[in-house]
Design a protein around this ligand. Sequence first.
Ligand code: 9MC
Length: 242
Amino acid sequence: KGEHRLSAVLEKHIQNHLSDSLQLPGNDNTWELFAEEGEMKVYRKELVEDGLICDPLKAIHSIKRVTAREMCHYFWDTDVRLEWEGTIESFRVLEVLDERTIIIYQTHKRVWPSAQRDCLYLSSMLKIDNPPVTDGGRIPHDTWMVCNFSVDHNDANSVSGCVRATVEICLICQTFVTPPGDNRPIDRDCLHCEIVYVANVNPGGWAPASVLRAIYKREYPKFLRRFTAYVQTKTNAKEIWF
Ligand SMILES: O=S(=O)(CCO)c1ccc(-c2ccc(C3CCCC3)c([C@H]3C[C@H]3c3ccccn3)c2)cc1
């Protein structure tokens, strides 16, 4: 695993997510369930910082027939980003820090009446070696994570007129395998992946609370639905990638 100039700060973000993002929101009453579709449950908290809506979001979901590595790979890999991400207008990889850590500048489609937003963040994908066992005590086959958090960068000649939003986002995925029994090979019907997606987005500048909350209420469930379906379709005919 490559060491780079941001390894230490990345490690801090990873440790924070491993300690708090894996706490399932159903267990405490601080999270409000605001969307539910089948296995997908989306929670939020109301948080205003300096008058800006920074509502933390946490979603849990169980996706059949895919592995944690496949989910994280398609979430992290910028080659397929525009195939599932519906809210970004453009993006550019500014720097490659190692084979699984990059820095991205992206602009989001403008949401009337607020100004257009852009984001500049580090995106890293990694395997968690000693996986934290979620409650229920079931042992995952393996655990993968993608961590996206805002950083500074000189080369981000930002699109004029954009307000810089800051993000702290993490996707943690765990693969569970139900052996088919009597020595049959494992196939995709024996797999499912349990994910926790946390997103802390600071819009970076004023926007009407009602508009932002409406965006989040619409966009997060849509993103989770669209992205998970995308990975199931993309991997369906492929060899299982643990
Ligand atoms: O999971 S990721 O890392 C995937 C890589 O793209 C991620 C997700 C979401 C954002 C983000 C950043 C800024 C905003 C702004 C726009 C107006 C004020 C807030 C929004 C708003 C557009 C909403 C939204 C919500 C959910 C999903 C996508 N879009 C979302 C960034 C990165």
